[in-house]
Design a binder for this molecule. Sequence first.
Ligand code: G3H
Ligand code: ZN
Length: 276
Amino acid sequence: MLVTLKLLADEAAKRDYAVPAFNIFGYEDIIPVIRAAEQKNAPVILAANIPAIQHMPLPYLAPLMLQAARTASVPVCVHLDHGKDRQGCVDAIANGFSSVMYDGSQLTLEENIRRTKDIADYAHRHGVSIEAEIGSVGYSDPSIAMKHQLSDPDEVEQFVRETGVDAVAVSVGTVHRMETQEASIDFNLLERIQDKVNVPLVIHGSSGVPDDQLRKLASYRVAKINIGTALRMAFGKTLREEMEQKPGAFDRISLFGRPMAAVEETALHKFTILGF
Ligand code: G3H
Ligand code: ZN
């Protein structure tokens, strides 16, 4: 069933689990993620980022995500990941998304607050949840020019109070697109942040977090854990193996079988670590 982020995150914040938000790019990862969630009887967030939407525009991608959500036996949130501007969030909402993230993390605090509040008001008028980011989770790929800046607890408090967001993404040691689980979470900073605000917290760049720290994060007021690279690696590496093992094969339906199973297996493992 389709649900908002607020519904999932408020519950997760109180409980000893965190809901994974998996980046999806099409049918081949939406279905394995939903299968894994159903096996775990767990809620899940399908997150479409800008590259996914550039590849498969919203009029195609949104119905696919919404159909998967509506027919799933578990609660599913259909979410825009790292929305860059108001129009991107408006379009996602018009296409039926139940949640949007507006990412103003590269702006000054004042400008981030101003734009986030405007989009939060719009989303709430349409019954849609909103997540936003304060501080900035950087990228391991140096060609992506995004700053990396840990979140300041006082700024997080001001940001949440002045914008009215439903969940806040904070920077506490993760980096986007890590291919090995070597990040080191600053749990002391996380604790100082969660003492200042009541809303659920979101961790981006979680592919790089070691399993023991992921488990520990779930026991905090962290409600949403963003995982992208781990699933992309599971799909891509298994597809490469398949193509190497079957050099004459060209039928993508048969080539996609094992990569889809690898995505499901990786998602299942993340659910287990996150408390399901
Ligand atoms: O917004 C998406 C995520 O933060 C995913 O990050 O690809 O490093 O797991 P990741
Ligand atoms: Zn992210």
